[in-house]
Design a protein around this ligand. Structure first.
Ligand SMILES: O=C(O)C(=O)C[C@H](O)[C@H](O)CO
Length: 331
């Protein structure tokens, strides 16, 4: 069985209730969030062997994170304890035309303050086939940019494939900073989330009139033939509760697309991309069929929009049932 190791920061998420503004909120719903942790949990729910490497404070807040991950079957033997605080983020939930707003409170967190990779590489990569990382971690500090390069190179030494979700976060760093970093590590990546804007902004591909997504993937692959799989979602936002979503997967020179889902009652959109990424990794590991993989990933992401919190809570069978029945009552 393949083992995946997700690596990144996990945070406490405090969300406003009933779409209240943050400054008038007297109570918050609490969840845990973090792009890579969300992927780990979703993969565990699909039945994979998955670990999560991070650092949280050595206090009840950190222990609660461990319990949260363990509840879904995520291995926490690489979860370190120490440092000052658990990163937090606030989510002011949007409604109608008012979009959701994220406010980070993660400076000086145990994870972001790490000065070196505190793991023993042999233990960290023991039995691991794929490491999943995202562009959120290097956005935390220049120190983390250096550490990520070290981590990725180590992963390659141990013959571990590298999955990167670019996950650009404009509140953490600039497009230029992100692009410079992505181009620095791109030669070491096997699977990469990227859409047209990522191709233009981060891989510096020139825009070509009327070119389809496959043109951009092919152009990136010419410079980085090591990237075997590209994937992205195409999203049309009507308002905070109504989006359309379609999945794209580029493999072996071909573009595969899912159907376009009309999600007209969004409960919580955050983590939808992570659910999609987990669906892609699941498909790459389990199905030797790119069309099946993209159909599964888009369905998994669509289902995620129906539950609160960052994590996708559906099993492989539930996603498969949804693909087969599309929302019918099951009796
Ligand atoms: O934005 C971040 O840094 C997070 O990791 C929080 C959320 O979990 C993430 O954005 C969801 O993809």
């Amino acid at each position: 069985m393949e083992k995946i190791l997700a690596f990144g920061e996990i945070m406490l998420r405090l969300s406003t209730i009933d779409n209240a503004r943050l400054d008038e909120s007297t109570e918050f719903a609490s969840h845990y969030g973090g792009g890579e942790a969300n992927v780990a949990i979703s993969l565990a729910n699909f039945g994979h062997q998955v670990g999560f490497a991070s650092k949280v404070p050595d206090n009840p807040l950190g222990y609660a994170v461990k319990k949260h991950l363990n509840k879904y079957g995520v291995d926490t033997s690489s979860l370190l304890f120490g440092g000052e605080r658990l990163g937090t983020y606030y989510l002011e939930k949007g409604a109608g035309l008012r979009g959701t707003n994220v406010i980070y409170d993660r400076a000086h967190s145990s994870f972001s303050e790490m000065q070196e990779l505190e793991w023993d590489s042999i233990e960290l990569f023991e039995g691991v086939n794929i490491i999943h990382i995202s562009g959120i971690t290097p956005a935390l500090s220049t120190k983390w940019q250096n550490l990520m390069v070290q981590l990725i190179k180590k992963a390659r030494e141990y013959d571990v494939k590298v999955s990167l979700d670019i996950n650009y976060r404009g509140k953490l760093w600039s497009v230029d900073e992100c692009g410079a970093f992505i181009r620095k590590i791109a030669h070491y990546i096997d699977y990469c989330s990227a859409a047209k804007l990522d191709a233009l902004n981060f891989f510096k591909i020139s825009e070509k009139k009327d070119a389809g997504l496959d043109y951009y993937y092919q152009a990136i692959a010419e410079s980085y033939p090591n990237i075997k799989v590209f994937y992205s979602t195409k999203r049309k936002v009507f308002d905070a509760q109504h989006n359309q979503l379609q999945g794209n997967l580029y493999q072996n020179g071909n573009l595969y697309q899912s159907k376009m889902y009309d999600i007209n009652h969004i409960v919580d959109r955050v983590g939808g991309g992570d659910a999609f990424t987990a669906g892609i990794l699941h498909g790459l590991i389990k199905y030797d069929d790119p069309q099946k993989t993209i159909d599964f990933a888009a369905a998994a992401s669509t289902l995620k929009h129906t539950v609160s919190g960052d994590c996708n809570l559906f099993s492989e069978k539930e996603v498969q049932d949804f693909l087969d029945t599309s929302g019918e009552i099951k009796r």
